[in-house]
Design a protein around this ligand. Sequence first.
Ligand code: SF4
Ligand code: SF4
Length: 179
Amino acid sequence: MQLTNRSKVVVKKEMSWAEKLYLPAIFGGMAITFKHMFKKPATVKYPEETREVSQVYRGVHVLKRDEQGRENCTACGLCAVSCPAEAITMEAAERKKGEEHLYREEKYAAKYEINMLRCIFCGLCEEACPKDAIYLTDRIIDSKYTRSGFIYGKDKLVEGVAPEERVDISKRKKKYEFS
Ligand code: SF4
Ligand code: SF4
């Protein structure tokens, strides 16, 4: 009995004499291979070569500093709350006297971690941040054969103080200007 009217009886067709030789199929396959030898390859030799990515590509995060080199993050936790993958954890601390040159706000993230194995690079942390502190960048996460070392701490996330160590996020900021 048929369960639906879309079922179809499949009949195994007898192979013709030419098909039994397999030669036409082999030559057909070789012709396709030969044709592709002269086409531009669709792949790149990563990591030596990288593809140009979109202006709003969502890669590894950066924790930004202000013009004076102070960390912008005030450990408010909004990024962690907005993260659907629960990838962000942090520990807040009070800024002490004499640390005004290190942290912009009175509260800062003494510890800030993103589990890159959990992160889905959705960008919601970036959108939730009220302090211009976290942005996704065009940097690609390092690949590895083991699961260790994918919890990125402040050492990997906070940008350097020197001008050449700053991460340019001006293109991403434009996205918010137009949205
Ligand atoms: S990009 Fe998305 S998943 Fe990754 S840390 Fe930010 S909010 Fe979480
Ligand atoms: S990165 Fe932004 S949203 Fe996340 S804790 Fe710091 S200030 Fe708050």
